[in-house]
Design a protein around this ligand. Structure first.
Ligand code: 4HQ
Length: 236
């Protein structure tokens, strides 16, 4: 069985959406990964098929019912089970690598104010966040998480070197990229890239990665330095 993403959502028509195109879309058509959507509304029990209710304690919005969600989660059963939420741990490339290495995963997409806390506890859902901003539902976050995993699956990205050099490998941002035209809008491509000196180009790119990380992401830079120091200690 190929790597499989199971998505529980009130809006199954939002899938595969962008994942039906380009890299992920070709891989989906080639059966390198699979997508299964589960319509949460199918697990409602009353005649109005209600999936949400007003929050206990008052306040705005609606909360997704734990009984309905629990039946939906029981029907899919495959782990890890992830709930996308700004209250979760931040998703990292390291976690993406792990998630791409398991047979598949289940993603719960919340709408409204979110889901009843008890179902998160009862099903031991892993809460993951894309970042400190608020979406109108978990679906765009699920699409992003799946995209990040799919591109790491064997055979999806043609050139494995592309994966090895990119951002967050070694806790460094990418070096800047340039293509033709050589002079555009009065702006030249850095001379070294035209030199044909592959060692100098490699060195320049490494310096650019370090400079960008230091200036833009001091948090990443500290982690990178710590990893470099630890590697040096290992060698000694
Ligand atoms: N939401 N990272 C609220 C997010 C989000 C995020 C998903 C909005 C869950 C209930 N998800 N719903 N940030 O903003 O993952």
């Amino acid at each position: 069985m190929p790597w499989t993403a199971r998505v529980l959502t009130l809006f199954p028509e939002m899938f595969p959406g962008p994942l039906g195109h380009s890299l992920a879309g070709s891989a989906l058509a080639a059966d390198l990964w699979r997508l299964e959507t589960v319509d949460i509304r199918g697990f409602a029990s009353d005649k109005h098929r209600s999936v949400d209710d007003a929050p206990f304690g008052g306040g705005p919005g609606m909360v997704m019912r734990p009984d309905v969600l629990d039946r939906a989660l029981a029907a899919v059963g495959s782990k890890p089970m992830i709930y996308l939420s700004p209250r979760g741990r931040r998703l990292t490339q390291a976690r993406v690598r792990e998630l791409a290495a398991v047979p598949g995963l289940t993603l719960l997409c919340g709408r409204y104010e979110g889901v009843d806390e008890r179902v998160i506890e009862a099903r031991a859902l892993e809460e993951l966040s894309l970042g400190d901003f608020v979406l109108s539902g978990g679906e765009p976050a699920a699409l992003a998480l799946i995209d990040a995993c799919v591109r790491l699956l064997p055979g999806v990205v043609g050139d494995q070197a592309t994966l090895a050099e990119e951002s967050f490998e070694q806790d460094l941002l990418e070096y800047p990229h340039y293509t033709r035209p050589q002079l555009w809008d009065g702006r030249a491509v850095p001379e070294v890239l035209l030199s044909g000196h592959h060692d100098r180009i490699r060195q320049w790119r490494q310096e650019q990665r370090e400079k960008a990380t230091r200036e833009r992401r001091p948090d990443l830079w500290e982690r990178h330095l710590a990893a470099v120091r630890a590697a040096r200690r290992q060698k000694e």
